[in-house]
Design a protein around this ligand. Structure first.
Ligand SMILES: Nc1ncnc2c1ncn2[C@@H]1O[C@H](COP(=O)(O)OP(=O)(O)O)[C@@H](O)[C@H]1O
Ligand SMILES: [Mg+2]
Length: 347
């Protein structure tokens, strides 16, 4: 019955999409109109419950989602000033992420789509991060170069069309956010590592010599494992000799090495592919050093930068609504057999 109903569905340009995100420790819901206008965005996080374990504990995250999801969805509908009957489609992150956590959002979205008789749109979390830029600038249109820097991914992408991506290169080992989290741990900083490394780095200088990152020979690829190991060896070496480690200098030096290369290769891609707009997405793009230096580099290179605000770079449901709208326009609907997937290919 549901499948029959959806088959005859007429796609609307100004569709109101309710989006749900539950891939990690944030339970989020958002209402997006016409793919670009944020009517509401609500987030509840179980982040503090994970601090004493030094990282996200999947079972704790899943349980938190089960108690938060109804509240968050209700709040999103209320603050968007709409009613359930105004919802034209339900978009949901189905991967990548923690399986149990994803399942809470997917089950909720399925039930809601079924009961309202509207399409269910499966969204890739990573594509969501890239689509956050559409919410920052209503006029943004492909082609553009997108820098993706998150906890699980690092890549430079040519976005040729709304649904046509060419990945120029990515990480050969650790993702940049993962490197931040591991360096945070060795510096004795608590979870979440990225923002804590950034805060400490502000008090330090680029004074610790760290190995060079993959430059020209790596094409658009990155490697963070060597840099991470160098930081670990440096700190342990100093400890063993009983010398004091200037942790702020280590954080600052690491941050420069880890992020300068992302900016350099992004600008290079604009030149090689003759593209005059840059966007960025993913949790690491909330980093102030990256934001400032990417802004300067784009100005210098004469390219336009569309940089989503920090809250749209870290996990949220608005970006899932933006990407959901692209899939909605293409009629990429799921049936009720939709399942959560821990790892999905970017494509
Ligand atoms: N200010 C920051 N500086 C550096 N890294 C950050 C900052 N804020 C968040 N991060 C990093 O972003 C990552 C989480 O981003 P996210 O986009 O949610 O990852 P994913 O979607 O791949 O799981 C974590 O590794 C975190 O440390
Ligand atoms: Mg994310």
């Amino acid at each position: 019955m549901y499948a029959e109903k959806i088959k005859d569905y007429t796609i609307k340009k100004d569709a109101v999409i309710l989006a749900i995100e539950s891939s990690c420790d944030e339970t989020a819901a958002s209402v997006i109109k016409g793919g670009r206008k944020i009517l509401s965005s609500e987030i509840m996080s179980s982040c503090l419950e994970h601090v004493r374990f030094g990282g996200v504990v999947p079972e704790i995250a899943s349980r938190a989602h089960t108690t938060a999801i109804s509240l968050v969805v209700e709040k999103a509908i209320k603050s968007a000033n709409i009613t359930l009957s105004d919802i034209d489609a339900v978009a949901v992150t189905y991967g990548s992420g923690l399986l149990g956590a994803l399942l809470v959002g997917v089950s909720y979205a399925k039930t809601l789509a079924y009961s309202l008789g509207v399409p269910l749109i499966p969204v890739s979390h990573i594509r969501g991060h890239l689509s956050a830029a559409y919410l920052e600038n209503e006029d943004l249109k492909p082609p553009f170069i997108s820098l993706l820097a998150s906890g699980g991914h690092t890549a430079i992408i040519v976005v040729k069309d709304y649904d046509d991506y060419q990945i120029l290169g990515g990480t050969l080992d650790d993702a940049v956010g993962e490197a931040f989290d591991k360096v945070a741990r060795v510096l004795g900083l608590s979870y979440p590592g990225g923002p804590n490394v950034e805060n400490l780095a502000r008090q330090g200088a680029n004074a610790v010599k760290l190995p060079k990152m993959l430059k020209g020979e790596g094409g658009y690829n990155f490697s963070y494992s060597g840099l991470k190991t160098a930081v670990i060896n440096y700190v342990h070496g100093k400890d063993q000799k009983g010398e004091v480690v200037n942790k702020a200098d280590v954080a600052h030096s690491f941050q420069c090495s880890a992020l300068d290369i992302l900016i350099e290769k992004t600008i290079l891609a604009t030149k090689e592919y003759g593209v005059s707009t840059v966007t960025a997405g993913g949790g690491v793009v909330a980093n102030g050093y990256l934001r400032e230096n990417l802004t300067c580099a784009c100005q210098k290179a004469g390219v336009k930068l569309v940089l989503p605000p920090k809250w749209l770079c870290t996990d949220n449901a608005a970006m899932i609504g933006a990407e959901g709208y692209i899939q909605y326009q293409k009629g990429n609907f799921a049936d009720l057999s939709l399942n959560a997937v821990a790892r999905i290919n970017f494509k």
